[in-house]
Design a protein around this ligand. Structure first.
Ligand code: HEM
Length: 257
Protein backbone atom coordinates (compact mmCIF):
# COMPACT_ATOMS: atom_id res chain seq x y z
CA UNK A 1 0.00 0.00 0.00
CA UNK A 2 2.78 2.41 0.84
CA UNK A 3 4.59 1.68 -2.41
CA UNK A 4 1.39 2.43 -4.36
CA UNK A 5 0.92 5.60 -2.35
CA UNK A 6 4.47 6.96 -2.67
CA UNK A 7 4.84 6.27 -6.41
CA UNK A 8 1.83 8.45 -7.28
CA UNK A 9 2.13 12.11 -6.19
CA UNK A 10 4.55 11.19 -3.40
CA UNK A 11 3.76 9.72 0.03
CA UNK A 12 0.61 11.78 0.53
CA UNK A 13 -2.04 9.14 1.29
CA UNK A 14 -3.65 9.93 -2.09
CA UNK A 15 -4.25 6.18 -2.32
CA UNK A 16 -6.69 6.38 0.62
CA UNK A 17 -9.07 8.96 -0.85
CA UNK A 18 -12.45 7.74 -2.05
CA UNK A 19 -13.89 8.47 -5.49
CA UNK A 20 -16.28 11.40 -5.36
CA UNK A 21 -18.73 12.64 -8.01
CA UNK A 22 -17.05 12.44 -11.40
CA UNK A 23 -13.59 11.96 -9.89
CA UNK A 24 -12.45 8.35 -9.88
CA UNK A 25 -9.75 8.08 -7.20
CA UNK A 26 -6.47 6.09 -7.27
CA UNK A 27 -8.07 3.49 -5.05
CA UNK A 28 -10.38 2.55 -7.92
CA UNK A 29 -7.60 2.39 -10.53
CA UNK A 30 -6.83 -1.15 -11.87
CA UNK A 31 -3.49 -1.68 -10.05
CA UNK A 32 -5.11 -0.79 -6.72
CA UNK A 33 -8.14 -3.09 -6.88
CA UNK A 34 -6.26 -5.69 -4.83
CA UNK A 35 -5.26 -3.26 -2.05
CA UNK A 36 -7.15 -4.06 1.13
CA UNK A 37 -7.34 -3.61 4.92
CA UNK A 38 -7.92 0.13 4.64
CA UNK A 39 -9.81 -0.28 7.92
CA UNK A 40 -6.47 -0.71 9.73
CA UNK A 41 -5.45 2.81 8.69
CA UNK A 42 -8.92 4.18 9.53
CA UNK A 43 -8.84 2.62 13.00
CA UNK A 44 -5.40 4.06 13.74
CA UNK A 45 -6.54 7.47 12.51
CA UNK A 46 -9.65 7.37 14.75
CA UNK A 47 -7.55 6.48 17.78
CA UNK A 48 -5.09 9.30 17.01
CA UNK A 49 -7.81 11.89 16.38
CA UNK A 50 -9.30 11.08 19.80
CA UNK A 51 -5.92 11.64 21.47
CA UNK A 52 -4.37 14.49 19.49
CA UNK A 53 -6.71 15.88 16.83
CA UNK A 54 -5.28 17.18 13.55
CA UNK A 55 -1.64 16.27 14.28
CA UNK A 56 -0.80 12.95 12.59
CA UNK A 57 -1.26 12.74 8.81
CA UNK A 58 -2.78 9.74 7.09
CA UNK A 59 0.45 9.51 5.07
CA UNK A 60 2.46 9.06 8.28
CA UNK A 61 0.01 6.37 9.41
CA UNK A 62 0.54 4.49 6.12
CA UNK A 63 4.31 4.65 6.66
CA UNK A 64 4.03 3.45 10.27
CA UNK A 65 1.64 0.65 9.29
CA UNK A 66 4.06 -0.57 6.61
CA UNK A 67 6.85 -0.66 9.19
CA UNK A 68 4.63 -2.54 11.67
CA UNK A 69 3.43 -5.06 9.06
CA UNK A 70 7.06 -5.93 8.34
CA UNK A 71 8.04 -6.12 12.02
CA UNK A 72 4.98 -8.20 12.96
CA UNK A 73 5.86 -10.68 10.21
CA UNK A 74 9.28 -11.31 11.72
CA UNK A 75 11.17 -8.69 9.74
CA UNK A 76 13.23 -5.70 10.89
CA UNK A 77 11.86 -2.60 12.53
CA UNK A 78 13.00 1.00 12.12
CA UNK A 79 12.32 4.59 13.14
CA UNK A 80 9.97 6.14 10.62
CA UNK A 81 10.77 9.80 9.93
CA UNK A 82 7.44 11.61 10.32
CA UNK A 83 5.90 14.88 9.19
CA UNK A 84 4.32 13.85 5.87
CA UNK A 85 1.35 15.85 4.68
CA UNK A 86 -1.80 14.47 3.03
CA UNK A 87 -2.64 15.31 -0.57
CA UNK A 88 -5.86 16.75 -1.95
CA UNK A 89 -5.78 15.10 -5.38
CA UNK A 90 -6.27 11.46 -6.30
CA UNK A 91 -6.92 10.30 -9.87
CA UNK A 92 -7.38 6.71 -10.99
CA UNK A 93 -5.79 7.47 -14.38
CA UNK A 94 -2.47 8.29 -12.69
CA UNK A 95 -2.15 4.73 -11.38
CA UNK A 96 -0.92 3.93 -14.92
CA UNK A 97 2.38 5.38 -13.67
CA UNK A 98 2.89 2.43 -11.32
CA UNK A 99 5.41 -0.15 -12.53
CA UNK A 100 3.66 -3.20 -14.01
CA UNK A 101 4.48 -6.86 -13.34
CA UNK A 102 5.32 -7.17 -17.05
CA UNK A 103 8.10 -4.59 -16.87
CA UNK A 104 11.64 -5.42 -17.93
CA UNK A 105 14.67 -4.13 -16.05
CA UNK A 106 15.07 -0.89 -17.97
CA UNK A 107 11.39 -0.03 -17.49
CA UNK A 108 11.68 -0.76 -13.75
CA UNK A 109 14.90 1.21 -13.51
CA UNK A 110 13.32 4.19 -15.24
CA UNK A 111 10.23 4.12 -13.02
CA UNK A 112 12.35 3.99 -9.87
CA UNK A 113 14.89 6.60 -10.99
CA UNK A 114 12.08 9.07 -11.77
CA UNK A 115 11.39 8.93 -8.04
CA UNK A 116 14.99 9.23 -6.93
CA UNK A 117 15.43 5.51 -6.34
CA UNK A 118 18.30 3.43 -7.73
CA UNK A 119 18.96 -0.19 -8.64
CA UNK A 120 19.76 -1.14 -5.06
CA UNK A 121 16.40 0.27 -3.96
CA UNK A 122 14.68 -1.64 -6.76
CA UNK A 123 16.19 -4.97 -5.70
CA UNK A 124 15.80 -4.43 -1.95
CA UNK A 125 12.19 -3.19 -2.23
CA UNK A 126 11.25 -6.02 -4.60
CA UNK A 127 12.03 -8.14 -1.55
CA UNK A 128 8.68 -6.85 -0.28
CA UNK A 129 7.42 -9.77 -2.36
CA UNK A 130 8.36 -11.98 0.56
CA UNK A 131 4.88 -11.24 1.90
CA UNK A 132 1.41 -11.74 0.50
CA UNK A 133 -0.53 -13.07 -2.40
CA UNK A 134 -0.98 -12.44 -6.11
CA UNK A 135 -3.95 -13.04 -8.37
CA UNK A 136 -3.48 -15.14 -11.52
CA UNK A 137 -3.84 -12.13 -13.84
CA UNK A 138 -0.55 -10.67 -12.57
CA UNK A 139 1.57 -13.60 -13.82
CA UNK A 140 -0.72 -15.03 -16.53
CA UNK A 141 1.71 -13.79 -19.20
CA UNK A 142 4.41 -16.19 -17.98
CA UNK A 143 2.33 -19.38 -17.93
CA UNK A 144 0.10 -19.13 -21.05
CA UNK A 145 1.01 -17.81 -24.53
CA UNK A 146 4.33 -16.45 -23.27
CA UNK A 147 5.50 -15.54 -26.79
CA UNK A 148 4.97 -16.58 -30.39
CA UNK A 149 6.93 -19.79 -29.96
CA UNK A 150 6.70 -20.69 -26.28
CA UNK A 151 3.66 -21.22 -24.11
CA UNK A 152 5.59 -20.94 -20.84
CA UNK A 153 8.35 -18.51 -19.83
CA UNK A 154 11.51 -20.67 -20.14
CA UNK A 155 13.08 -18.93 -17.13
CA UNK A 156 10.38 -20.43 -14.88
CA UNK A 157 11.23 -23.64 -13.08
CA UNK A 158 9.14 -26.27 -15.00
CA UNK A 159 7.48 -27.89 -12.01
CA UNK A 160 6.75 -24.47 -10.47
CA UNK A 161 5.22 -23.37 -13.78
CA UNK A 162 3.11 -26.54 -13.86
CA UNK A 163 1.78 -25.84 -10.35
CA UNK A 164 0.92 -22.26 -11.30
CA UNK A 165 -0.89 -23.48 -14.42
CA UNK A 166 -2.92 -25.83 -12.27
CA UNK A 167 -4.28 -23.03 -10.06
CA UNK A 168 -4.44 -20.56 -12.95
CA UNK A 169 -5.74 -22.28 -16.10
CA UNK A 170 -5.85 -20.34 -19.36
CA UNK A 171 -9.50 -19.31 -18.97
CA UNK A 172 -9.49 -18.96 -15.21
CA UNK A 173 -12.94 -18.17 -13.84
CA UNK A 174 -12.09 -18.24 -10.13
CA UNK A 175 -11.77 -14.58 -9.26
CA UNK A 176 -9.72 -15.15 -6.13
CA UNK A 177 -7.34 -17.73 -7.62
CA UNK A 178 -3.62 -17.08 -7.44
CA UNK A 179 -0.45 -17.92 -5.59
CA UNK A 180 1.45 -16.77 -2.54
CA UNK A 181 4.38 -14.49 -3.27
CA UNK A 182 6.87 -16.96 -1.83
CA UNK A 183 6.82 -20.21 0.15
CA UNK A 184 6.68 -18.36 3.50
CA UNK A 185 4.20 -15.63 2.59
CA UNK A 186 3.35 -14.57 6.14
CA UNK A 187 7.00 -14.38 7.22
CA UNK A 188 9.30 -11.52 6.27
CA UNK A 189 12.47 -13.36 5.25
CA UNK A 190 14.79 -13.73 2.26
CA UNK A 191 13.05 -16.80 0.78
CA UNK A 192 11.86 -14.59 -2.10
CA UNK A 193 15.46 -14.09 -3.27
CA UNK A 194 16.35 -17.77 -2.86
CA UNK A 195 13.32 -18.80 -4.90
CA UNK A 196 13.99 -16.12 -7.50
CA UNK A 197 17.38 -17.71 -8.17
CA UNK A 198 15.60 -21.04 -8.68
CA UNK A 199 13.12 -19.74 -11.27
CA UNK A 200 10.32 -19.59 -8.74
CA UNK A 201 9.24 -15.96 -8.79
CA UNK A 202 5.78 -14.90 -9.92
CA UNK A 203 6.29 -11.80 -12.04
CA UNK A 204 8.35 -10.93 -15.08
CA UNK A 205 9.42 -7.89 -13.06
CA UNK A 206 10.89 -10.21 -10.39
CA UNK A 207 12.68 -12.33 -13.00
CA UNK A 208 13.99 -9.11 -14.59
CA UNK A 209 16.24 -8.58 -11.57
CA UNK A 210 18.38 -11.43 -12.87
CA UNK A 211 18.95 -9.84 -16.28
CA UNK A 212 21.67 -7.39 -15.26
CA UNK A 213 24.98 -8.30 -13.58
CA UNK A 214 24.60 -5.61 -10.89
CA UNK A 215 21.07 -6.51 -9.85
CA UNK A 216 21.87 -10.23 -10.17
CA UNK A 217 24.76 -9.78 -7.70
CA UNK A 218 22.43 -8.02 -5.25
CA UNK A 219 19.85 -10.80 -5.54
CA UNK A 220 22.57 -13.37 -4.74
CA UNK A 221 23.78 -11.29 -1.80
CA UNK A 222 20.28 -10.98 -0.34
CA UNK A 223 19.59 -14.69 -0.96
CA UNK A 224 22.63 -15.64 1.06
CA UNK A 225 22.16 -13.12 3.89
CA UNK A 226 18.84 -12.25 5.52
CA UNK A 227 20.69 -9.61 7.56
CA UNK A 228 22.04 -7.81 4.47
CA UNK A 229 18.59 -7.90 2.87
CA UNK A 230 16.96 -6.45 5.99
CA UNK A 231 19.50 -3.66 6.23
CA UNK A 232 19.07 -2.69 2.60
CA UNK A 233 15.28 -3.00 2.81
CA UNK A 234 15.07 -0.62 5.78
CA UNK A 235 17.31 1.93 4.07
CA UNK A 236 15.27 1.82 0.88
CA UNK A 237 11.92 1.95 2.71
CA UNK A 238 13.04 5.12 4.49
CA UNK A 239 14.15 6.54 1.14
CA UNK A 240 10.93 5.61 -0.66
CA UNK A 241 8.78 6.88 2.18
CA UNK A 242 10.48 10.29 2.00
CA UNK A 243 9.12 11.12 -1.46
CA UNK A 244 7.23 14.31 -0.72
CA UNK A 245 3.73 15.38 -1.69
CA UNK A 246 0.74 16.59 0.28
CA UNK A 247 -0.40 19.88 1.79
CA UNK A 248 -2.70 19.23 4.74
CA UNK A 249 -3.58 16.90 7.60
CA UNK A 250 -6.84 15.13 6.92
CA UNK A 251 -9.33 14.45 9.69
CA UNK A 252 -10.72 11.40 7.88
CA UNK A 253 -8.29 9.51 5.63
CA UNK A 254 -11.00 8.90 3.01
CA UNK A 255 -11.80 12.58 2.32
CA UNK A 256 -9.93 15.85 1.87
CA UNK A 257 -10.45 18.65 4.35
C1 HEM B 1 9.22 -3.33 -8.50
C2 HEM B 1 8.01 -3.07 -8.91
C3 HEM B 1 6.82 -3.84 -8.41
C4 HEM B 1 5.90 -4.48 -9.17
C5 HEM B 1 5.85 -4.53 -10.69
C6 HEM B 1 4.95 -5.10 -8.27
C7 HEM B 1 3.85 -5.82 -8.67
C8 HEM B 1 2.99 -6.48 -7.81
C9 HEM B 1 1.84 -7.24 -8.23
C10 HEM B 1 1.36 -7.38 -9.67
C11 HEM B 1 1.28 -7.78 -7.13
C12 HEM B 1 0.06 -8.72 -7.07
C13 HEM B 1 -1.25 -7.99 -7.16
C14 HEM B 1 -2.36 -9.01 -7.25
O1 HEM B 1 -2.44 -9.70 -8.27
O2 HEM B 1 -3.15 -9.11 -6.31
C15 HEM B 1 2.08 -7.38 -6.00
C16 HEM B 1 1.84 -7.74 -4.71
C17 HEM B 1 2.57 -7.30 -3.64
N1 HEM B 1 3.61 -6.41 -3.67
FE1 HEM B 1 4.50 -5.67 -5.33
N2 HEM B 1 5.32 -4.83 -6.99
C18 HEM B 1 6.46 -4.06 -7.01
C19 HEM B 1 7.12 -3.54 -5.92
C20 HEM B 1 6.73 -3.74 -4.62
C21 HEM B 1 7.31 -3.04 -3.49
C22 HEM B 1 8.34 -1.93 -3.61
C23 HEM B 1 6.73 -3.55 -2.38
C24 HEM B 1 6.97 -3.18 -0.94
C25 HEM B 1 8.11 -2.76 -0.49
C26 HEM B 1 5.78 -4.56 -2.81
C27 HEM B 1 5.02 -5.33 -1.98
C28 HEM B 1 4.02 -6.19 -2.38
C29 HEM B 1 3.24 -7.01 -1.47
C30 HEM B 1 3.39 -7.09 0.05
C31 HEM B 1 2.31 -7.70 -2.26
C32 HEM B 1 1.23 -8.68 -1.77
C33 HEM B 1 -0.06 -7.94 -1.55
C34 HEM B 1 -1.18 -8.80 -1.00
O3 HEM B 1 -0.94 -9.83 -0.39
O4 HEM B 1 -2.32 -8.40 -1.18
N3 HEM B 1 5.81 -4.63 -4.18
N4 HEM B 1 3.12 -6.58 -6.44
Amino acid sequence: MQFHDCFIRGCDASVLLESKGKNKAEKDGPPNISLHAFYVIDNAKKALEDLCPGIVSCADIVALAARDAVALSGGPTWDVPKGRKDGRISRATETRQLPAPLFNLSQLQQSFSQRGLGLKDLVALSGGHTLGFSHCSSFQNRIHNFNSTLDIDPTLNPSFAASLRQVCPMHNKVRKAGATMDSTATTFDNAYFKLLLQGQSLFSSDQALLTNPKTMAMVSKFASSKGKFEKAFVKSMIKMSSITGGQEIRLDCKVVR
